[in-house]
Design a protein around this ligand. Structure first.
Ligand code: AHG
Ligand code: MN
Ligand code: MN
Length: 340
């Protein structure tokens, strides 16, 4: 059987649902091209001297990003690849990234478009140096009408307003997962052709699961509903759930979410009291929102524990949120424990 390339898929989607105007198609094609370039750099690793931390302005210490985290060389390279690829096509009004404090304006010499692009250029940075899967996450919003020089405020729209969301995982193969609001589809990079090829259509997350993903080392900082939920899973067959559960934690959200799309599961990065200034670990605008849209489009649930993630009204570009997502029935259970 001849499989569709990403280009063919996008054109077919436009015919079927009128969901991919040509500017959005260009945007997705450009992002996918940038993802190929990031994949090539990730694959080179130590051969090209790309592991380790990015030197700060002074040279000696690692550069620190707006999150207060040391930047890896590949965080910076992936960010630059996405910025450069998306500046000149005329499809964007502005970009925002985990690695930059404020929005990145489109230089005046280039045409401007109606979309806003947000990204986590490299997710799972702590896994780069140990050769474990990392990825890229992105979210697409419409620029509010009448806004010609978008500031952070233009980006502060709830996730339900996303017109497209996606992520790539750089694992044994490079896979791009995409939603335009009509289901979730996966494309595998054919390295010989240099094209993303449709390998899974209309992915569905099983409603039930026996597999959970959480960083257990934070347990002593969790709130009571989360502690109760995990205690019950750990109690296994002889506990209230009456069955054993298995645990997986890659520490790259892209890889953990990809596993859940493949065989079900629940992923949690809950609020904890480790740093009371932070409402969680993951960032709403370019981690939680795009993943929540993908998971919901695949029939799963995505909540903060109290609110549907896609309904959270953002107040800051780099705001953090608690995240509980994956198999519908397990997410609903966690939500019910928070309500009681
Ligand atoms: P990033 O590398 O973009 O900062 O994101 C890392 C995130 C996410 O991918 C992962 O699920 C989580 O941080 C890992 O957290 P721990 O280090 O607490 O395991
Ligand atoms: Mn991340
Ligand atoms: Mn990142």
């Amino acid at each position: 059987m001849k499989r569709a390339t990403l280009t063919r898929f996008l054109i077919d989607e436009q015919y079927k649902h009128q969901s991919v105007p040509s500017d959005l198609r260009l945007l997705i094609e450009v992002v996918s091209r940038a993802i190929k370039a990031i994949s090539i750099n990730v694959g080179k690793g130590a051969l090209a001297g790309l592991l380790g931390e990015h030197a700060g302005a002074g040279g000696a210490n690692a550069a620190i990003n707006v999150q207060g985290e040391a930047q890896k060389k590949l965080d910076v390279i992936a960010n630059e690849i996405l910025l450069e690829a998306n500046e000149w096509g005329g499809h964007l009004a502005a970009m925002a990234s985990e690695e930059m404090e404020g929005p990145h304006a489109i230089p005046h010499r280039y045409p401007k478009g109606e979309y806003l692009l947000l990204f986590d250029p490299l997710d799972g940075s702590s896994n780069i140096d140990v050769n474990v899967s990392v990825g890229t996450i992105f979210s697409v919003l419409k620029c509010p009408e009448g806004v010609t020089e978008p500031t952070a405020d233009a980006f502060l729209q709830p996730g339900s307003k996303q017109v497209c969301a996606g992520f790539a995982v750089f694992g044994p193969s490079t896979v791009l997962v995409l939603t335009l609001g009509n289901g979730v589809h996966a494309f595998t990079l054919d390295r010989e052709l240099g094209s993303f090829v449709l390998t899974q259509e209309h992915i569905r997350i099983p409603e039930d699961t026996k597999e959970f993903a959480i960083n257990m080392s934070n347990m002593r900082f969790w709130e009571p509903p989360m502690k109760r939920y995990i205690d019950e899973l750990l109690a296994g067959k002889t506990g209230p759930r009456g069955q054993d559960f298995n645990m997986r934690w890659v520490a790259s959200m892209v890889a953990d979410v990809h596993r859940i799309l493949t065989r079900g599961g629940i992923f949690m990065y809950p609020r904890d009291t480790k740093d009371p200034g932070k409402a969680g670990r993951l960032r709403l605008m370019y981690e939680a929102n795009p993943m929540a849209m993908i998971v919901e489009q695949a029939g799963g649930g995505a909540s903060t524990g109290l609110t549907r993630i896609l309904d959270v009204q953002p107040t800051g570009l780099h705001q953090r949120v608690p995240v509980v997502l994956g198999s519908k029935n397990e997410v609903a259970r966690v939500v019910s424990y928070h309500q009681s």
